[in-house]
Design a protein around this ligand. Structure first.
Ligand SMILES: Cc1cc2nc3c(=O)[nH]c(=O)nc-3n(C[C@H](O)[C@H](O)[C@H](O)COP(=O)(O)O)c2cc1C
Length: 208
């Protein structure tokens, strides 16, 4: 069978109430600017809105102005879905979402995903990605981790999720916070099926 290129990706980005609002803020802009992404399903938990308002200088952020406030261009690609809308299209495996990221992923949402507790749209959409064997990336954030957190990461990994800790690298030469975060997010984007041009690629000879 001939494999066809699929440049029009539909990606779900879920934001939950862990610290690190800069991650979803930058990721949403990077995804929106990505030519191969045609649709972004955006969900934010109530706790996420609280943390976004605490950490970003964009208040007041609500579900209604989220896309306009967080993203500079390409708003037409973004559809904001309510976290209590468990009848949304992405709550069903029959709707073809290519990949999903939860950024940042709170320990509470991690636990719910790891145990299949689909009580809101973030958790249900993640559960659908796992049952359909599609790519699910969880960028978990807390520190330190207790045994429950670690076991939940293990379980989510066994079920097929890719777990990133919100821990950037520092070997790419970026010096601004935005540059460092973007390089981290390029790695996330690679796991979402994208190939960001500005991603640093280690060639093995830096510093030798
Ligand atoms: C300012 C702030 C920072 C928080 N940071 C974290 C965090 O880094 N990790 C985490 O797991 N929870 C954190 N929490 C707690 C979560 O928001 C809380 O457990 C919430 O119920 C998560 O709900 P959600 O997963 O539906 O978004 C934070 C809460 C606040 C208000």
């Amino acid at each position: 069978m001939i494999r066809r290129e699929r440049p029009n990706l539909e990606i779900t980005l879920a934001i939950t109430g862990a610290s690190g609002a800069i991650y979803p803020h930058r990721l949403l802009n990077l995804l929106a600017a990505e030519p191969s992404v045609s649709r972004i399903n955006l969900i934010a938990s109530g706790a996420a809105l609280r943390v976004l308002n605490d950490e970003l200088d964009l208040q007041p952020l609500t579900l209604h102005n989220l896309a306009e406030k967080l993203v500079q261009n390409h708003h037409h690609k973004i559809e904001v879905l309510g976290n209590d809308d468990i009848g949304a299209k992405i709550a069903s495996g029959s709707h073809p979402v290519d990949s999903m990221a939860v950024v940042p992923c709170s320990m509470g949402t991690l636990g719910s995903i790891a145990h299949g507790i689909s009580r809101n749209l973030v958790q249900r959409a993640a559960d659908v990605m796992l049952k359909e064997r599609r790519k699910l990336v969880l960028v978990v954030r807390d520190t330190p981790f207790n045994l429950i957190h670690l076991e939940n990461m293990r379980l989510a990994t066994l079920a097929g999720a890719v777990v990133f800790s919100a821990t950037p690298s520092f070997y790419h030469g970026e010096t601004t916070l935005e540059g460092i975060i973007d390089q981290f997010l390029y790695r996330v984007m690679q796991h979402l099926g994208l190939n960001p041009e500005a991603a640093f690629r280690w060639s093995g000879d830096k510093g030798s």
